[in-house]
Design a protein. Structure first.
Length: 198
């Protein structure tokens, strides 16, 4: 699989193939398309770095080894990239642990991301709260949204004296559907925010 990168020296070809095998092994956790794109990008960069210094008196092997050295250890640049891609995939599928990890990663990016993380975290809190209340409402109809004559609103797990309950018959259906939709939307938004990391 050396066709797009014509390495002439047998020793350099051996070094190239060892690097490529390590790269393939390291990228195994990723889906095929992502794996192929990243592999070609790294090999292209390595090849360009090798041929860039052809004027020097160094042999092809030495230029290739120097290019690999400049590129650095695959763990340094691949581990964070692979983690980000896998985390993004899990987040977009709604994995709760991945959502928490993604929120943490987003908060580490800076003030704007920190604020967005706070907003998203509050969004997840309310989505989960409404979902739990909607499920409990099926068994206990006193759980729901209560309106007071003064205009105040209360989310409560029990009946509120002096308040009227909002839409008792439909609270569970509306709550479960809206919280599920909001959860999906928050996951999409979080995935979009974290996409900039890779």
């Amino acid at each position: 699989m050396n066709a797009p990168f014509p390495i002439k020296s047998q020793t350099a070809l051996l070094v190239w193939n060892i690097f490529d095998r390590e790269l393939i092994h390291k990228l195994k956790p990723l889906p095929e398309e992502e794996r192929a794109d990243i592999r070609m990008e790294i090999l292209s960069h390595l090849y360009e770095s090798t041929i860039r210094n052809q004027d020097s008196s160094d042999t092809e092997e030495v230029r290739l080894i120097n290019a690999i050295s400049r590129l650095g250890s695959p763990e340094e640049y691949l581990d964070p990239l692979i983690s980000d891609i896998l985390l993004h995939q899990k987040t977009s599928k709604g994995n709760p642990l991945a959502v928490l990890q993604s929120l943490q990663a987003s908060a580490k990016k800076g003030l704007i991301h920190g604020l967005m993380t706070l907003v998203l975290g509050m969004g997840y809190f309310w989505v989960i709260m409404i979902f739990v209340m909607s499920v409990i409402h099926i068994v206990n109809p006193d759980v729901g949204i209560w309106y007071y004559p003064t205009g105040e609103v209360s989310l409560s797990f029990e009946a509120q004296p002096g308040a009227a309950q909002w839409n008792t018959d439909w609270f569970s259906v509306v709550g479960i559907l809206s919280s599920s939709t909001a959860y999906w939307g928050l996951n999409r938004l979080l995935g979009y925010l974290n996409r900039g990391r890779h």
